[in-house]
Design a protein around this ligand. Structure first.
Ligand code: URA
Length: 266
């Protein structure tokens, strides 16, 4: 198993076990020793992360023409065709994806948009109602705030950066993505980031931060310092939807944005 998939699996298993152990009443009981053992499980450094373009030709098959493309499902996952990966190829796979039940309720998939060579990528949580209707990320109220942060705050344009989400389909009623949905969708995000290789990733909110950093620390613990994601500098800040509800914290996001700008201009 490739390193990213293993890290994701370990993270999801830990999250599911912890959630069930903390429930009221707890669905499972973990002894102190088992809980400590679980915490100590990490990804061995010896595990190789094959670069996507290094996948051997024997392990892939030619992609069928678009009109014959079957949906990507768990039983029959989309097989990457030979040749280099591309953002367009990822978007096409996302459009056909049926790996989790969200495909049944979505109006559109939302792969992400922006500059394919962006030096800055924003990663949010999941599309909301407006994004689901338009097939574009961050176009609702939270999106307007993100656009203001980029244009008024950073003096950049949405076309300079790349904007995407952990989930590419809207969870009904905008509920928080569940671990299974993240597990199936995360590989698309990892491939997007691997192709763009920006200078900085800005994780917007807890779902993006936890998915990329493989921990479950609070946003207040995670923001205010630099992290690394596969050798790429990563900064965590509040999700714009949270800032709409808690405008007093906008000043903290402004601090985070200034750090990112300094880093980009260094
Ligand atoms: N919230 C997100 O996390 N992403 C969007 O695209 C819109 C709202």
């Amino acid at each position: 198993m490739e390193k990213d998939a293993y890290a994701s699996l370990v993270h999801q298993i830990k999250t599911i076990l912890k959630k069930n152990a903390r429930g009221k009443p707890p669905l499972i009981r973990l002894s102190r020793e088992t809980a400590a053992l679980l915490e100590s499980v990490t990804v061995p450094d010896t595990m190789q992360k094959p670069h996507l373009e290094e996948v051997s030709v024997e392990s892939v098959s030619e992609s069928p023409p678009d009109n014959e493309k079957a949906a990507c499902t768990v039983e029959s996952p989309c097989i990457q065709s030979a040749g280099p990966d591309s953002l367009a190829k990822i978007s096409a796979e996302i459009s056909a994806c049926k790996k989790c039940p969200l495909y049944a309720t979505r109006l559109h998939t939302v792969a992400g948009e922006g500059n394919p060579s962006a030096s800055l990528v924003f990663v949010g949580e999941a599309p909301g109602a407006s994004e689901d209707r338009q097939g574009r990320p961050f176009v609702g109220r939270a999106g307007q705030l993100l656009t203001d942060i980029i244009s008024k705050g950073m003096k950049m344009s949405r076309d300079d950066v790349f904007i995407c989400n952990v989930l590419k389909c809207r969870p009904p009623e905008n509920r928080v993505p569940n671990p299974e949905e993240i597990m199936y969708c995360e590989p698309y995000l990892l491939r997007q980031l691997d192709l763009i290789r920006p200078k900085v990733i800005c994780a917007l909110g807890a779902v993006a931060a936890h998915t990329l950093l493989k921990n479950d620390l609070t946003i207040s613990r995670l923001r205010g310092e630099w992290h690394t994601y596969h050798g790429i500098a990563l900064r965590v800040t509040y999700h714009p939807a949270y800032l709409l509800r808690n405008p007093a914290d906008k000043v903290k996001t402004w601090d985070d944005v200034k750090e990112i700008l300094q880093f980009l201009n260094a």
